[in-house]
Design a protein around this ligand. Structure first.
Ligand SMILES: C[S@@+](CC[C@H](N)C(=O)[O-])C[C@H]1O[C@@H](n2cnc3c(N)ncnc32)[C@H](O)[C@@H]1O
Ligand code: SF4
Length: 499
């Protein structure tokens, strides 16, 4: 069984290199000034194997991924379309928005998939859905007025299942109802198996500026098991076609925790990914939720790696990415030096949404399409997740809100603390309290919950400033949990363990 700790791996490439090169690497790892303000004493004793003890405090423990606070399992049906409608109609006159658009269809099922999607080969199913989506766009815009859009993200499912004409029509409706003149980014998640040179040209013509390609793992044995046949050469050809069409901002998604992955094989995938020179790489931990996604059960017969093996997999891929010049962003993203995400991360301007890490600071993120989630200062508004039920609600003339969460001033404070921790792996809690006009004394119990982690060296604390020790960055979700009374007081099943 692998016992390699995150920190051990992280330091390996550093000590085998000339000093100058090591310092450059170190700079990439310690990307944020917040990370450098506290002296860090790591209690690592090789005799007592202290780091192993520390693992027991966090590795394999359940914790939300904190893409929102409160986490999505705490959303409630008490939040209705009336709440959303009143939020939309009272947006400040000068407020811009960002948009997330969900396309919940794929051509085939990948066995690891945890997304809201269904498989279809039927054009009419997609067209009917697009009809509802356009009506929802019109309805939302009727309440907000024609707003400036800062960024637009198409997620799925597989947004590039849409044909050229379908995409053009959808963009026509979007541009009719929202103002894209100052949009910084229009991004789309693509399945490389459906992409082509012609599609790349049509995406560019529609104004797409960034794409995320699902690469996951290039090992043929892993691909066979997860039912996603996708040779490296195919992904390489798609990257070339996109760049030729003028879409130069490319993200690649990798995943660890799948059957038959080994640190060596995943490192090999990461090397191939680096050869494609994406601007950003996401290294997702596989979320195994067979109670919700029954198809994932099939993977169990091949044997899923345990949490320590997962950590070794993550270490292996991360090491390759860092060696190849990528900077670590939060817990699972990597970006080139000079990329906007790297800059935002260094300057403490990173944000975390349901789409992951972003430099987009627009507080008004509106969700469109089945299952999409709006993230706003008032709270969260989630659409009906089932595509057919979503279409019926829209056909009835409703805003298809199914559940959500209206945040209190204290929720907003906790959301800010957790966001800084997830983004910076550090937080000046006193400063956040001052900004939210919240007495820090009221967080005494939260700080008390942190004590075991301080004693074990997972975090350093100076006054009310917290910092994760670099080797334990993956433990940040457990640290966030100390500030999350909803999760702490709940019996709800949390979907993911920390690894
Ligand atoms: C909507 S998919 C990407 C677009 C396209 N459908 C594809 O697969 O290429 C978004 C990403 O979610 C990640 N993902 C899907 N299921 C996951 C799971 N169970 N755990 C962690 N990440 C997952 C994958 O890395 C995938 O690339
Ligand atoms: S990973 Fe992508 S292509 Fe595969 S089933 Fe999920 S959303 Fe569809």
């Amino acid at each position: 069984m692998a016992t390699c700790g995150a920190g051990a791996f992280l330091l390996c490439p550093l000590i085998s290199r000339p000093l100058k090169q090591s310092l450059i690497l170190l700079k990439r790892v310690c990307f944020n000034p917040m990370l450098q303000i506290l002296p860090m004493k790591l209690k690592t004793n090789p005799k007592t194997n202290r780091r192993e003890e520390n693992f027991d405090l966090w590795l394999g423990k359940p914790a939300p991924r904190y893409t929102s606070f409160p986490p999505a399992p705490f959303f409630t049906p008490a939040v209705t379309e009336q709440d959303y409608s009143s939020y939309l109609s009272t947006l400040a006159d000068d407020a811009g928005v960002s948009l997330y658009l969900h396309i919940p269809f794929c051509r085939s099922l990948c066995l690891y998939c945890g997304c809201n999607m269904s498989v279809t080969q039927r054009a009419d199913r997609v067209q009917n859905y697009l009809g509802a989506l356009k009506r929802e766009i019109e309805r939302v815009a009727a309440l907000t007025g024609k707003r400036r859009v800062r960024s637009l993200h198409f997620g799925g499912g597989t947004p590039n299942i849409l044909g050229e004409q379908e995409l053009r029509d959808l963009f026509a409706v979007l541009r009719q109802h929202f103002d894209f003149n100052a949009a910084r980014e229009i991004a789309m998640e693509l399945d490389p198996r459906l992409a082509s040179a012609d599609q790349a040209e049509s995406l560019a013509a529609c104004g797409i500026t960034r794409v995320s390609l699902g690469a996951q793992d290039f090992n043929p044995e892993v691909q066979l098991i997860v039912r996603r046949h996708q040779p490296y050469e195919q992904v390489a050809a798609v990257c070339a076609a996109l760049r030729h069409a003028g879409i130069r901002r490319i993200n690649l998604d990798l995943m660890y925790g799948l059957p038959k992955q080994t640190p060596e094989s995943l490192a090999d995938t990461a090397r191939r990914v680096c050869a494609l020179a994406p601007d950003r790489v996401a290294l997702f931990s596989y979320a195994h939720v067979p109670q919700i996604k029954k198809h994932q059960r099939v993977l169990e017969k091949y044997g899923l790696p345990d949490v320590r093996q997962c950590l070794a997999l993550e270490n292996a891929a991360r090491g390759v990415l860092i060696e190849n010049g990528y900077c670590e962003i939060g817990i699972d993203h990597f970006a080139k030096e000079g990329d906007g995400l790297t800059q935002a991360s260094r300057e403490g301007r990173l944000h975390r949404t349901f789409q992951g890490y972003t430099e987009d600071d627009t507080p008004h993120l509106l969700g469109l399409g089945a299952s999409s989630i709006g993230q706003t200062p008032a709270g969260y508004f989630q659409n009906e997740p089932d595509a057919r039920a979503y279409q019926s609600l829209v056909a009835n003339g409703q805003l298809p809100i199914r559940r959500g969460f209206l945040v209190s001033p204290e929720d907003r404070l906790r959301r800010a603390i957790i966001e800084r921790l997830m983004c910076d792996l550090a937080c000046d809690v006193a400063a956040v309290c001052r900004r939210h006009n919240f007495p820090i004394e009221n967080l005494a119990e939260d700080f008390a919950r942190l004590r075991p982690y301080e004693e074990a060296g997972l975090i350093a604390r100076q006054g009310a400033t917290l910092r994760l020790a670099t080797p334990y960055r993956m433990a940040v979700r457990i640290i966030c949990k100390a500030f999350d009374p909803y999760t702490l007081g709940s019996q709800k099943i949390l979907s993911s363990r920390v690894a």
